[in-house]
Design a protein around this ligand. Structure first.
Ligand SMILES: Nc1nc2c(ncn2[C@@H]2O[C@H](COP(=O)(O)OP(=O)(O)OP(=O)(O)O)[C@@H](O)[C@H]2O)c(=O)[nH]1
Ligand SMILES: [Mg+2]
Length: 376
């Protein structure tokens, strides 16, 4: 190659490189000028608290604003919360479901049929209401279950309930495993199971021990004493104490579990709840006038038992735990502990069988065939 041609080529290569270099310098100069133009005390928004000024600005990134972002997203999307009621027949499960929907949790936003008479529950059924408060939407679903204890033989009476809980995990898992999965997987998993204990005033019955032992391994259980109006205050306290002992002796896991407390603050708050479990509740679907106010209550010969009055029963404490203080934690425990345990077990099973995801076996829960097929 001729020498002048080589020089031309070098020139061609150098020119773009030099141009880029110059452009970079100009950009830097411009940026510098812009920065110079900024007054040293620029006002910056810092979320709901107001403005950050002057020297406070140094090192301020705005991380706290993520809370506002999360709030806005949650408000737009809303969220789902699913509760299940379980226990012997006739303990007031369906009545408590109505009490929950008619109580302050939803009085403004939904009007269930007040005249409808509560009859014996024969099928597992779910009732949902979208509740809105200060722009936050929640779809609250309560799964009402038929009570056990009617049959002569109550052996394995927990099976339909255990199956239902597992089926919801299975549905979620299959949705998660889809190649083109939904951005938001519909969540029908049971976030909390309210377990009804009869107000016998004695100890836990063997059937409740067996039932709760199994259930506590797969879902968060909150035990309650049903129809607490049938016990005196003293009987209530003694009974609660005995039940707490029995739960511990039998290794029954109830919510909130000590091992999932995240810090000392959690521990202090949850210890209080653990000391007051099981909540002694009273349910009703009737309203009465008390001092000119409409209250939910049970009218007796001796007066009205006000369901939402904490001096009368612990329904409000139960509702506060479920909705006001522990809703997100119940959802987190469901997802991170119960669902995770299920997911790991199912995927391990599938790996062992060499299948994509084997159909759910009867002992884990029952999926109907069409559903199983459609996802495979
Ligand atoms: N004393 C008293 N009675 C109640 C209470 N809650 C419900 N009852 C009554 O108990 C009866 C049974 O109530 P349900 O709500 O149908 O009971 P359940 O547990 O759903 O019954 P199944 O559907 O058969 O499992 C009804 O007559 C209710 O009015 C309560 O807190 N105290
Ligand atoms: Mg019922």
């Amino acid at each position: 190659m001729r020498e002048d041609t080589v020089q031309e080529l070098q020139l061609e290569l150098e020119v773009p490189a030099q141009m880029e270099e110059r452009e970079r310098e100009v950009e830097e100069e411009e940026r510098g000028e812009e920065e110079m133009e900024q007054p040293p005390c620029t006002l910056t928004e810092s979320g709901p608290q107001g403005l950050i000024q002057g020297k406070d600005l140094f090192g301020y990134v705005g991380i706290e604003a993520v809370l506002d972002q999360m709030r806005r997203k949650t408000m737009k999307a809303g969220f789902e919360f699913n509760i299940m009621v379980v226990g012997q027949s006739g303990l007031g499960k369906s009545t408590l479901v109505n009490t929950l929907f008619k109580s302050k949790v939803s009085r403004k936003s939904c009007t269930p049929n007040y005249e409808e008479k509560i009859s014996k529950t024969v099928h597992l059924q779910s009732v949902s209401h979208v509740i809105e408060e200060k722009g936050v939407k929640m779809k609250l679903t309560v799964i009402d279950t038929p009570g056990f204890g009617d049959q002569i033989n109550n052996e394995n009476c927990w099976e339909p309930i255990v199956s239902y809980v597992n089926e919801q995990y299975e549905k979620y898992l299959r949705e998660e495993l889809h190649v083109n999965r939904k951005r938001r997987i519909p969540d029908s998993r049971v976030h909390c199971c309210i377990y009804f204990l009869p107000a016998t005033g004695h100890r836990l019955r063997p059937i409740d021990v067996e039932f709760m032992k199994r259930l506590g391994k797969i879902v968060s259980i909150v035990p309650v004493i049903a129809k607490a109006d049938t016990l005196t205050m003293e009987e209530r306290q003694d009974f609660k104490q005995r039940i707490r002992q029995d739960l511990q002796v039998n290794g029954i896991r109830v919510y909130p579990q000590r091992e999932y407390d995240e810090d000392t603050e959690d521990r202090i708050l949850n210890d209080k709840i653990r000391e007051s479990i099981p909540f002694a509740v009273v349910g009703t679907d009737k309203e009465h006038q008390v001092n000119g106010n409409k209250v939910l209550g049970r009218k007796t010969k001796w007066g009205i038992i006000e369901v939402e009055n904490v001096a009368h029963c612990e329904f409000a404490n139960l509702r506060d735990l479920l909705i006001r203080s522990h809703l997100q934690d119940l959802k987190d425990v469901t997802h991170n502990i119960h669902y995770e345990t299920y997911r790991v077990r199912r995927l391990n099973e599938s790996n062992a069988n060499g299948m994509a995801l084997s159909p759910l076996s009867l002992e884990n829960g029952t999926l109907d065939k069409s559903e199983t097929d459609s996802h495979l």
